[in-house]
Design a protein around this ligand. Structure first.
Ligand SMILES: [Zn+2]
Length: 206
């Protein structure tokens, strides 16, 4: 039972982004206090969330080996929880990551202003790297493949292209980086794969 309570649980924020890892003990406390919901991967690939009462019901109707018994009831240990009050996660500086650049630019090419799938967007150095352009919030933007090809290794001015807005460090609250080597459990995989976008880029330190 102690081992189960110390088991690691993946913590998602309200945007379903992996933000942290906590113990099952902590996860159950947050669930019980109504600060979090348990997340379950269903066989059809969907995800379902449960508040404490619903999770308690599920623990009874669908008994699972990863359960703990209290005096009065038996409850399943969650593998993933969704924290409803993100304020409980410590505030950190916005990390300079692909994910956060795409978030800042809202998946929009900063030259033509069109929205794309992330896989169809590049990260562009506004002032090219070999011209001394830094890898920084102020010099990296999302760019579609078409605009990227057109711009080539030139400044926007040289390419007669204009940014739709000046790139800046974002102010919103970021991801909390989680250690990818901790990605041990199958039910985490979906969320950890997303964490690729979350790896901090080799950046110029401010
Ligand atoms: Zn474009």
């Amino acid at each position: 039972m102690t081992a189960l309570l110390n088991q690691q649980v993946l913590v998602l924020n309200r945007l379903w982004q992996a933000v942290n890892i906590c113990t099952a003990r902590r996860a159950l406390t947050l669930l019980f206090q109504g600060h979090a919901q348990a997340v379950l991967n269903r066989d059809d690939g969907s995800f379902q969330t449960f508040n404490f009462a619903e999770w308690h019901d599920l623990s009874r109707t669908e008994p699972h080996p990863e359960s703990i018994a209290t005096v009065s009831f038996r409850i399943r240990v969650p593998r993933v929880i969704l924290v409803l009050f993100f304020d409980r996660v410590p505030k950190k500086e916005v990390k300079f990551t692909r994910q956060n650049i795409f978030e800042r630019d809202q998946n929009t090419c900063q030259y033509c202003g069109k929205v794309f799938d992330r896989k169809d967007l590049n990260l562009d150095h506004v002032i090219p790297r070999d011209r001394g352009g830094p890898t920084s919030w102020e010099n990296i933007v999302c760019s579609c493949i078409g605009c990227n090809t057109r711009k080539r290794n030139r400044t926007p001015r040289e390419a007669h292209m204009q940014l739709i807005r000046r790139p800046k460090r974002p102010k919103w609250r970021p991801f909390v980086q989680i250690n990818l080597s901790l990605a041990r459990h199958d039910s985490w995989k979906h969320f950890i794969d997303l964490a690729y976008w979350n790896v901090e880029l080799g950046s110029d330190k401010r």
